[in-house]
Design a protein around this ligand. Sequence first.
Ligand code: TXA
Ligand code: MG
Length: 348
Amino acid sequence: MRTKYYKVDSANPDLTVLAEAAELLRQGRLVAFPTETVYGLGANGLDAEAVAGIFEAKGRPADNPLILHIDTVEQLNDLAAAIPASARALIGRYWPGPLTVVVKRQSHVPNVVTGGLDTVAVRLPASLTARELIRLAGVPVAAPSANTSGRPSPTTAQDVLSDLEGKIDAIIDAGPCAIGVESTVVDCTTPVPTLLRPGGITYEMLIEVLGEIEVDPALACSQSIPRSPGMKYTHYAPVAPMFLVESGADYAAFILNREINGALAAGHTVGAVVSAEMADSLPPQVIASVYGPRTDTALIAANLYTALRSFDNKAVDVIYAEGIAEQDLGLAVMNRLRKAAGYRIIRE
Ligand code: TXA
Ligand code: MG
């Protein structure tokens, strides 16, 4: 199929363009669209056949459920069987925005959306383009990140096209995504809410509203089985194998250079995903992709997937990544880096 390309201004999206894309969604077609986090691959969330098309286009495992995107808070009432106080508090503070709440679902939510679970994940995005598209479609829009399963999530329309061109009906390009990592997923069905995926709403921001939150043990340890089905797969991975150095700012330069020099001596072409400070200390043969200054976690999040994708068309044999501190958006960044590295972690 030919993928239709629409371009809109993120601050003032053309509603006639969005109406055309919304009509495609209503017809059961697949439309990629921008959100403030990453680009999503949308389908009518109440049309099981259309949603099945998402799994097909992405090569996504069927047991990995999708987020339903809505454009008013009230629409949650049509999807959730109950809205716990924790969900109400989080929504009141962080919607519209990069927060997904998991709640008990109503029976009409298709199984293909929830992976057969009795819960559903719902998000009201901040992106104007996304919200107007959902409003014009008049249905909840099921949308995972618009990448091929396992690849880094797309933060530009070009990223989407390089994975999915010809496999989806349309894409709406509104320029790069502001946040750059996915939404935070919180399970609100547990007595104390559980953080399933760190994202655009930080741990610190959740604590501010909730007072306490459990953290899915799978986030700390690759051995246990995550409760968020999607977190168990290797994800966000660049084409070459990646190693993540997690050793604190003081020793990171020493360890990275030691590992990199070893790989160079073995004749490998080496890539590195590093801070601006680190880039200066690496051997000149290294193909470095800089994610930003070490302490600016928001900028690092915004650049992360572009940095990982920058190796797509470069013949590197191995990539070394520099870890950062896990505060603010650093928690989400480190979660994605560990997964991108397939948990090949050098920690000294
Ligand atoms: O920022 C985002 O959330 C983006 C944009 C497009 O909105 N979407 C996104 O979707 O990241 P996806 O499918 O790539 O990630 C959804 C995550 C997965 O880890 C999935 O397992 C989890 O949410 N999830 C979905 N429904 C769930 C449920 N009922 N219970 C637990 N986890 C769920
Ligand atoms: Mg994804």
